[in-house]
Write a protein that binds this ligand. Structure first.
Ligand SMILES: [Zn+2]
Length: 420
């Protein structure tokens, strides 16, 4: 089954690597010494199964694209040497020079624009939108949170869904998509869309669009994209950043993450060592009504569910069936491939494993569009992609609210696509 899925996915991007090399002709190679933490190489790495892929993640190299017998990643000069030593490197190439949000890419929201957009939503819709901060980042930026409900005075009463974006700095689309879905939702409510009105009246919706504001700002701050992934913690060895999606405290450090601070999948010195993950934890624990969670990432067009830290499936069969049913239902709308996260490779300490393992929240990770990797375009797909990605994730967005009262309802006959 898995093999088949991968085969199907491969068809869409056949001869990708060939195209890449053609386009790699005119490159501006970033100065490596200027910023050692920067990732400056595109990497094609030998790996034929999830065990070999996990070994790569263990080296601190995050995998972005998986094919039958290789994976695509981005890494530093150090990573290139590591892989060469192990005879795993098929090819590497300096990344294309990428500029800061150019005028066209300006429709992506940086931190202050995000702050403005959220403030505007709250000010214009005081009856249904409340804005607050769940805490501060390492560099002191607010971790903004929107609560949406027709009954703001009585928080924590109605079944709730939490949407989170932007754990990884360079995944700017994962910040814009939850923001724009939220704007669309509020517009639909104002225009009297019956389904949205019903959801608004019977559910509570939480949106934390930018879980890693320091990283996102760093990624665009100097006039070029830096391919940054982690937060901006200064580590003991002088390097920067903890991978927030390896820092959650459920089965933390049990594979698919690195304990070397220099690495891109660095798990941090302890579970929840970072203020960003700590704030998320405190917020979720304080709520007692969140039953569903969706964490947006980019890219690869996947719907992932726990476990990430364990190759085995969830042992509770009923829960597993809920995850499978929900993932498959949502995939019919956005056409993303549903699978258990560890089928890709092991990753411990991620949001979804913690949310399910420690809080019994049914938690999913979306890897949004696109699937191609051209010169880093996977993370920087341009502005044209935004409306499409918002549109194809609109139904999954509503579906994640719909079943917040009781996710087990999806197992009832004819649930899912026919439920609305
Ligand atoms: Zn990510």
């Amino acid at each position: 089954m898995y093999k088949l899925i991968m085969k199907i996915r491969n068809l869409a991007v056949a001869s990708l690597s060939l195209v890449l090399f053609v386009h790699m002709g005119a490159l501006a190679h970033s100065s490596h010494s200027a910023q050692q933490d920067e990732l400056s190489y595109w990497l094609k790495i030998k790996a034929t199964n999830k065990y070999e892929r996990t070994e790569i993640e263990d080296l601190g190299i995050p995998i972005e694209v998986i094919k039958d017998d290789y994976v695509i990643s981005y890494g530093s000069q150090e990573n290139v040497e590591q892989l060469k030593k192990r005879n795993l490197l098929i090819a590497s190439s300096p990344l294309l020079s990428l500029s800061d949000f150019p005028p066209e890419d300006g429709i992506y929201h940086n931190y202050s624009e995000m702050q403005e957009a959220l403030t505007k939503l709250a000010e214009e819709n005081p009856d249904i939108v409340a804005l607050d901060s769940i805490g501060k980042s390492v560099e002191g930026r607010e971790l903004w949170h929107l609560r949406i409900s027709t009954d703001l005075a009585n928080s924590n009463q109605k079944p709730a869904t939490l949407f989170v974006g932007g754990h990884h700095a360079r995944e700017h689309l994962s910040i814009d998509v939850p923001l724009r879905l939220t704007q669309k939702f509020i517009e639909a409510y104002r225009s009297g869309d019956a389904r949205v009105v019903r959801l608004m009246e019977t559910r509570e919706i939480h949106i934390i669009p930018m879980a890693n504001p320091d990283g996102a700002e760093f990624d665009i701050a100097t006039g070029r994209y830096k391919m940054w992934r982690k937060n901006r913690r200064q580590n003991k060895d002088g390097s920067y950043g903890v991978d927030l999606n390896r820092n959650y405290g459920y089965q933390w450090g049990t594979g698919g993450s690195s304990n070397s601070p220099r690495h891109d999948t660095y798990m941090g010195p302890a579970p929840f060592s970072e203020p960003e993950t700590q704030a998320l934890k405190t917020f979720v624990e304080k709520q007692n009504n969140i039953n569903l969670l969706l964490s947006f990432h980019t890219y690869s067009e996947l719907i992932l569910y726990p476990w990430g830290h364990n190759y085995n499936p969830i042992s509770d069969i009923k829960d597993l069936n809920v995850f499978k049913k929900m993932a498959e239902t949502m995939s019919q709308w956005n056409k993303y491939t549903p699978m258990q996260a560890s089928e890709l490779y092991k990753a411990s300490g991620d949001t979804a494993d913690w949310a399910y393992g420690a809080q019994h929240i049914f938690a999913f990770t979306f890897e949004l569009d696109p699937t191609n990797t051209l010169g880093g375009a996977g993370f920087y797909p341009g502005p044209h992609i935004i409306p499409t990605v918002v549109q194809k994730n609109w139904e999954p967005f509503l579906y994640m609210m719909e079943y917040a009262d009781n996710p087990y309802r999806v197992l009832e006959f004819n649930s899912g696509l026919l439920s609305f």
